[in-house]
Structure formats: C-alpha cells, structure tokens
Design a protein around this ligand. Structure first.
Ligand SMILES: Cc1ncc(COP(=O)(O)O)c(C=O)c1O
Length: 398
C-alpha cells in the first residue's frame, strides 16, 4: 500500500548529525567522538542537577504555561541583562531546545517559495527546517569574519527575490567555528531593513567565548528591532538532554509563537524548566561557565596542535574563539580526499567526525570535516587525531 503523503513530507530529508548519534550508539568498540556537538559527560553538572531534581516544588508534573514557567522566564530576563541583551517577559517563549525555536521561526516567517539565506557551510537541521516549510534555500559562503556580505548581495541580485529570512549562527558558528564581525552585523541589519527580511539569530554558543572579546548580538545592536528573531538554548551550557531553550522576539510575534507552539507540544517539559530556573536562581551557571571556558580553550589548542603535528601544511583550520567546533579543510595535495568516503574507515579505526558535505546544500566541501573539540580530554583528542591520521593512510593505500 502506498500512502498519499503531503508534498511537504518529501522535503523532510533528515539530519546526518542525528543519524550519526544513532550510528555511534550501535558501535561496540572504543571511539573518540569528535562528531556530536555536545558537552562531554564529565562536564555536565550532574550532581547539581540531580540534587535540584530531588527537591522540586509541588505541581511540577502539571501542564505548564506555554510561554514557559514564570520562574524560568524571570531568570532568563536576568541572564539576558547580564549578557548585554536586555529583554522582557512579553518577548520570551521557552522552547524545547533551540531546534524548536528554529521551527517556530520558519513556521511563522516562511511561505512556500520564499527565499531563505543560510550560511555555507551551516547547521543542517537549520536549513532542513526551512526546507520543511518549502522555502527556497540559498547558501552564501562564510569566511573568517562570518557571512560574506558581498556574496549575499550578489546572490540576492541574482535570485531576483528579496530574502524573507537570513539565517545566521553568529558566534563560533556550527560547523566552521567563525564569528560574524560587528561591522558585518551592522550591514546585515541595514540590508534586512532594505529588503524587509528577518534575521534569525541562532546563538547556542555565544556564552562559551574563551578568547577575544564579545561581539554585540543583533538584538543588542538593533535595540528592540522586530526584524531580529533571537534563538538561544541551555543545551550547550548545561545539558542537551534537558531540551530547554528560548526565543526572544517582537511581542507581536511572541503571541503567534505561543499559538504555534500550542499546536506542537503545548508547553515545554515543566520539570526540566523548573530545574533550569533553580540552577540559575542559585547562581550555579556563572561558575559552571567559568569552569568550562578554559577547559574548552585547552581542548581546542590540543586539537589544533595534534592536527598540525599529523597533517602539517596539507590542511587548513579555522581559529574559533569559543564554542565547540573546528573546521578542517584538506588543501593542495590532499584536496581529492573525500571525507564522506573516509568516514567508515575512520569509524573502524575508532574516531568519528561529521563530513563537510553534511553542512552544505550542494555537496561541496567534500574535502572538509567538522571536529568537536569540546567532548574529549586533551589526551583523547591526541589519540583521536592519530586514529584519523591512520584512517587517511589506510584510505590512501586502497
Ligand atoms: C547552530 C545550532 N542551532 C541549534 C542547535 C540545536 O540546539 P538544541 O539542542 O538546543 O535544540 C544546535 C545544536 O547542535 C546548533 O549547533
């Protein structure tokens, strides 16, 4: 029997990143995990979370409020103020991770055929969500200062359509690790005004800066600009399994986002929201992040050194100042290397990463890969890079 599906169903291509979680879970041998963008288990504040879960208030298992638990919204307002992005209760909706924020953004903003600009490379679950709402998704390259504005203007001229949404990951971008400069952000705000576009600012990593200085967010630069739809999450800061994130949007959009969310899940997991609220109220987040940042810095350095030792001038690497990811491109003599084909050999050798093509719409970046340095200790990182090097030798010899 063939079911008659919606035309939309054909746009649901599935995430390579999510399928690699399943693939890795099935492996029984030792694997150094550079694939997933998640904090390692030893860096999740398990004892504090367990304690908070054991002391939850009455009513925790009720349906909560769709915009989010008031106690958490209050804490998010205080945190946003502290981070230089003041917001207010009529702008916030607590979401089931940043992913639900992306779904709400594209659901509210995009009609079939609308032009959505994404970065190249970019987080695939982001552009796939836009595609699920039948957007015409076009990718614009990033360089070491983020989205290349001249290329964006060129793409828009060429397409003959004004973008409805510009989707950007401004800080320590997934997958490249680069950060969008303030100058480019200001220009993007001007272009968004000129074109009538909304900037979807997906910022899971901004609070994980370990080098350099903060670049103001679009929200901070734009005041309460209704053209900015800001998405954040506790997944990378506390724990991804909590599935708690939030959006900060124009009050008119907030009401619509709540209506849209009611059709998805009515309210985000109340016990987890209450635990996150307590985590913030007790002041656990700041020391936790202060502990994480130097560790991630150390892990990034260990990864870059190990890669330089193993691959020398046959690779180029980005220089992330925070976040989780390093983007490696095989250059010159090794340009033919296809990291998708290399992947099963690397897995066999005991190291996992995400191949570059997973982050593009057009199958480019076949000679690149994304490595997450956040998940492994420096020793494991060195071991993983050695395994990668052995995998490449095996690949080249067959
Ligand atoms: C850029 C980006 N956006 C959104 C997400 C999804 O975050 P969450 O796990 O909170 O849904 C991720 C997670 O990897 C990400 O890297």
């Amino acid at each position: 029997m063939t079911l008659e599906l919606s035309a939309r169903a054909a746009q649901l291509s599935g995430s390579v990143i999510d399928s690699s979680t399943q693939l890795l879970a099935q492996q029984e041998h030792d694997i150094v995990r550079f694939a997933m963008g998640a904090p390692s288990e030893d860096l999740i504040p398990m004892a504090q979370l367990d304690e908070l879960f054991s002391r939850m208030p009455a009513g925790r298992y009720d349906y909560g409020e769709s915009p989010g638990e008031p106690a958490l919204r209050e804490q998010i307002i205080a945190l946003s103020e502290q981070m230089g992005n003041p917001t207010s209760d009529d702008r916030l909706v607590v979401t089931n991770g940043a992913m639900q924020g992306l779904d709400l953004a594209f659901k509210l903003l995009v009609d079939p055929g609308d032009l959505v600009i994404v970065e190249k490379p970019t987080y695939p679950n982001g552009y796939q969500t836009a595609q699920s709402y039948e957007a015409d998704v076009v990718a614009v390259p990033v360089d070491r200062h983020g989205l290349v504005i001249e290329s964006l203007e060129e793409v828009v001229r060429h397409s003959g359509k004004k973008p409805k949404v510009i989707y950007t990951i401004p800080n320590f971008q997934n997958p490249s690790g680069v950060t969008l400069s303030e100058e480019r952000k200001r220009r993007l705000l001007e272009l968004a005004e000129q074109w009538g576009s909304v900037i979807v600012e997906d910022d899971p990593y901004g609070m994980l800066r370990f080098d350099g200085s903060d670049v103001p967010s679009f929200s901070a630069l734009g005041g309460e600009n209704p053209r900015v739809f800001r998405i954040q999450t506790f997944s990378k800061l506390i724990a991804p399994g909590l599935r708690v994130g939030w959006i900060d949007v124009d009050p008119a959009l907030q009401k619509l986002a709540v209506n849209a969310k009611q059709a998805m899940d009515t309210c985000t997991n109340a016990p987890n929201q209450l635990v996150v609220a307590q985590f913030l109220e007790r002041g656990y987040l700041t020391p936790h992040l202060e502990r994480l940042r130097p560790l991630y810095r150390q892990r990034k350095i260990a990864m870059k050194e190990a890669l330089s030792d193993s691959f020398g001038s046959s690779i180029t690497m980005t220089e992330p100042e925070g976040g989780f990811f390093l983007w490696v491109t095989f250059s010159q003599a090794a340009e033919h290397l296809d990291t998708g084909k290399l992947f099963p050999i690397a897995l066999e050798q005991g190291v996992a990463y995400i191949p570059g093509v997973a982050f593009t719409l057009d199958g480019s970046h076949h000679n690149a890969l994304r490595l997450c340095f956040a998940t492994s200790s420096p020793d494991r990182i060195r071991e993983g890079v050695e395994r990668l090097s052995r995998a490449i030798e095996t690949f080249e010899s067959v």
